[in-house]
Every structure is written in structure tokens, then in C-alpha cells.
Write a protein that binds this ligand. Sequence first.
Ligand code: IMP
Ligand code: MG
Length: 181
Amino acid sequence: MQGDVESILLTEAQISRRVEELGREIARFYQDSQDGIVIVPILSGSIVFLADLIRKLPIRMRIGMAIASSYVGTTIRPEGARLLARLLPRIKDREVLIVDDILDTGGTLRLVQQNIAEGEPRRICTAVLLRKPGKAPPDVAVDFVGFDIEDRFVVGYGLDYNDLYRNLPYIGVLRPELYED
Ligand code: IMP
Ligand code: MG
């Protein structure tokens, strides 16, 4: 599995330092929220980031989840995001923080943000671990970003190709000959 990765873009140590900083930033941002926040991770890509991030957030929180898919099988081209399921505590009048692994074309986040907005939360903010430059349209806003990365297909730390590689502890570039484009 390690041999399928051409180069390591972000090491375990780099990710862990940055997630800790993000945790401090986000905790400060929500320090006055009395009723706590509702965190909505977009599965499956955000699970590893979520697990690390929430343990760096010493604030009152509830956790829901949204399951979306943008790729099917072995393609790396977004094929239009679909929201497959949602499991949420009450969000009306509450602070919601959507958490995703990566902002690429923005289709997934736009869909989830619009869907959550229908539940009339007090405010929606979004945190992503990674952002690829210049591909998401301006209406897809993110408030917290771990790293801006170049436009390569990456795997690990929750991110997959064909549902594999999510358990790599770092983020790496997959050898291009391994995917069918
Ligand atoms: P978007 O809808 O194009 O912004 O894509 C977001 C979703 O596509 C993410 O939640 C990921 O699941 C997936 N994705 C986008 N870029 C990558 C990548 O480089 N590696 C793995 N998954 C990716
Ligand atoms: Mg994915």
C-alpha cells in the first residue's frame, strides 16, 4: 500500500501540528457559544480529520453526520455530488460546523451547506483539512482551512481512491499509473 504512493505531501507530524492550531482557532471562534455547536462531518473522507480535530476542541459539541459521494468507483473525476444520508441532532437556531476532508470543485460542500441551511441553524461555518487552489466557485465559502495544496490527486488521512488508502497516516500523491482517468 505504501508503495502505491509516489510522494508524501504532508507528514503525520505536519498534519498533527496544523490540526492542533486549527483546534485552537476554532475553539476561540466559538468560545461564547452557550448551547454548544453541532459538528457535521461529511463521511467518509473526513473521519480521520474529525477524530483528531474534535479532541483538540475543548468546547461543548454534538456530532451529527452527512454522507455524500462525488466519485463512483475508480474514476477521479467528480460526477456531481449526491447526498446519500443525514443523521443530525436538532440544528435549528444552533451553530453548525461542517467538516470535510478537501475542497476541490466545491460540489459536495455546496450541496451539504444548502441542505443544512434548510434546517435553519443560527449560522453555518465550514472547516476543511485541504483546499485545492482556484477550483471552487466563490459561493462555496469555507471558514477554516488546514492546508492549501497543489492540484494533485491525494490519498491518506481519510482520503481515498476507490475506497482504499484512507488509513494511511500521512497524505500522499498516488502514483498516476494506478488510477484510470
Ligand atoms: P468536490 O465536491 O469536488 O469539492 O470534492 C470533494 C470530495 O471529493 C471530497 O470530499 C473528497 O471525497 C473527494 N476528493 C476531491 N479531491 C480529492 C483528492 O485529491 N483525493 C481524494 N479525494 C478527493
Ligand atoms: Mg472520497
